[in-house]
Write a protein of this length. Structure first.
Length: 347
């Protein structure tokens, strides 16, 4: 008789509902999908989900609850399950999407996605999710609020330019736009001060931020964004995975000799990380010889400055991970001291 090795509950999380699939894997590695159901994404739905699992005569502590990191909608469920000391596994979305391509799924729906997540949880050995530090959640809220303020301020400045460029400018409209920009500047400064206060209040995070800020071009706000959006690199195991999570991974299409598409970054990832690397890359190209050399070499190869700039952005992001893990600050003389390869060139 076949023995069951593992049970997993795959959860496709949406804003208002949870599509859940229960499955198991046997000792001959055959996977069996036992049942599926939809619940409300609320405390009431969480309780109903746990009762539904228990109706299958299973112990909750023996089940692996697997879900994607979908924005913020998965967080209440993850915290609820963790509060009951259950095994929670949160997987980066690109891992699930890549896995689904290996399955014979012709129609993608919430139910087939939940089944794929279940199969992924059964086949793979996943690390249990641990609650991120509260400071990372606070930093994420503040940095994203700041990002929205900057977008609004840019829109207001464009509006101000348009008002002033009219044949007959409206003084009242110009005054109101200026007042709005002044308010946004004040709020942006308040948020930045809150970010700095949070960082200085936590010695461990302060040390990490100082290490990341040793990289040319990266300041305290950029370091805060990187740590906040990755929860202190909790789900990241290597630099290539970090690049993929941010959407810096390369997407290309090639088949034989007749089909050869242009390679480009996928942009299927965390847009806040990509945006955070833009200004630091410009600064690094100006003040850091390695970044400048890499940028110049790539421009001379294909003549596209934007493509070369994105390459520097990716390398800067990867370097934040390396420095965070090694706990060693950036050293511009590192190559001369160790005679190792250029970290900007390392894949």
């Amino acid at each position: 008789m076949k023995q069951i090795l593992k049970h997993a509950v795959g959860i496709d999380v949406a804003q208002k509902e949870l599509v859940v699939c229960l499955g198991c894997i046997y000792d001959d590695f055959h996977i069996d999908i036992l049942s599926s159901k939809t619940f409300i994404n609320s405390l009431k739905g969480f309780s109903a989900l746990m009762l539904w699992v228990q109706k299958h005569k299973l112990e909750l502590q023996d089940i692996y609850f697997v879900m994607e990191a979908t924005g913020v909608y998965h967080q209440p469920l993850a915290y609820h399950l963790d509060q009951h000391n259950l095994k929670v596994n949160i997987v980066l979305p690109n891992k699930i999407s890549n896995y689904m391509r290996t399955l014979d799924i012709k129609t993608i729906t919430d139910h087939t996605a939940a089944q794929a997540i279940t199969r992924f949880g059964l086949e793979r050995k996943l690390d249990n999710w641990n609650r991120p530090k509260e400071i990372y959640l606070r930093l994420k809220q503040l940095t994203r609020e700041r990002d929205q303020l900057i977008i609004e301020r840019t829109h207001s400045k464009n509006q101000l330019h348009a008002e002033k460029s009219e044949a007959f400018p409206n003084p009242s409209a110009i005054r109101r736009v200026n007042e709005r920009i002044k308010l946004l500047n004040k709020q942006e400064k308040q948020i930045t001060n809150e970010i700095e206060s949070l960082i200085h209040a936590d010695k461990q995070v302060k040390n990490s931020v100082d290490l990341i800020c040793s990289i040319p071009g990266i300041g305290i706000v950029t370091a805060a964004i990187v740590l906040a959006e990755t929860n202190g690199f909790e789900l990241i195991t290597n630099r290539r995975q970090l690049a993929s999570y941010a959407g810096f991974d390369i997407k290309e299409k090639q088949s034989g000799t007749s089909i050869k598409g242009k390679s480009r970054i996928s942009k299927k990832g965390n847009k806040f990380l990509r945006k955070a690397m833009y200004m630091p890359s410009l600064s690094a190209i100006q003040c850091d010889s390695r970044a400048r050399t890499t940028f110049s070499r790539l421009v001379s190869r294909h003549g596209i400055k934007m493509k070369a700039g994105i390459a520097v952005q990716r390398k800067l992001l990867e370097m934040t991970f390396t420095i965070f893990k090694t706990r060693r600050p950036y050293d511009k003389n590192f190559l001369q001291k160790t005679n190792l390869e250029n970290p900007y060139e390392k894949n």
